[in-house]
Design a protein around this ligand. Structure first.
Ligand code: G4P
Ligand code: NA
Ligand code: NA
Length: 194
């Protein structure tokens, strides 16, 4: 998505440890117009897929997920993060380790908001190691819901998440695919295909 790539080049900052800081439009301040365009793009890509529900994880996944849900006219559920909770009957839960933050969280979704007849689209802001997506897969498995696809706003193709989703056979659509940060610059997969 060209508009997104241009915004990344304009406002993104490459930090040590192969982290892209995009707090000016995605991770802290949110640009609603850009987010709406991102939602349109995902809605167009997944319109024919029979999606009944969108899942994401709080907090930065919520904006793109809601903008997609708005345009697919389906409800959006965000998994909540906890330090750790004892087993509670009415929740689906999964363990999520963050390589960036070196912390482990549980994420949970109420059984009220995910069912066996759901066709789920997973939306998130970043795909890196894929721990968050993996956690949502586990929750969908617990609910016996079908995973119809994953839509990532920004993907670091060279980290483990990409392959994990592919290995599971889930359709993956990423709106900006970063192939490297060589020379402290952001390089996109689209650079080599056009
Ligand atoms: P993963 O979920 O893909 O495995 O990511 P990982 O464990 O590596 O990173 C944990 C958090 O850091 C995730 O956000 C993830 O989206 C984010 N992250 C990973 N790489 C980058 C990056 O290059 N730039 C930015 N801006 N974020 C990155 P989170 O903990 O779920 O945070 P939030 O949703 O509350 O913002
Ligand atoms: Na994040
Ligand atoms: Na996230």
């Amino acid at each position: 998505m060209r508009q997104l790539e241009q915004r990344i080049l304009q406002d993104g900052r490459v930090l040590p440890g192969e982290v892209l800081k995009v707090d000016g439009f995605l991770n802290h301040q949110v640009d609603p117009d850009l987010m709406f365009a991102i939602g349109s793009e995902f809605a167009q890509l997944f319109r024919g897929a029979g999606i009944t529900r969108i899942l994401t994880v709080e907090s930065s996944g919520i904006a793109p997920a809601v903008m997609t849900g708005l345009q697919l006219h389906v409800p959006v559920v965000f998994a909540r993060k906890h330090k750790s909770i004892t087993l509670i009957d009415d929740l689906f839960t999964a363990e999520v380790y963050s390589y960036t933050k070196k912390t482990s969280n549980q994420i949970s979704i109420s059984k009220k908001f995910l069912h066996a007849d759901d066709k789920v689209l997973i939306i998130d802001d970043f795909l890196a190691n894929g721990q968050a997506v993996q956690g949502l897969f586990e929750i969908c498995d617990q609910a016996k819901a079908e995973i119809a696809g994953a839509g990532m706003v920004i993907e670091k193709v060279f980290q483990a998440g990409h392959q994990m989703i592919k290995d599971r056979g889930v359709r993956l659509e990423s709106l900006a695919q970063i192939t490297s940060f060589e020379g402290n610059q952001v390089h996109f997969a689209s650079e080599t295909t056009n």
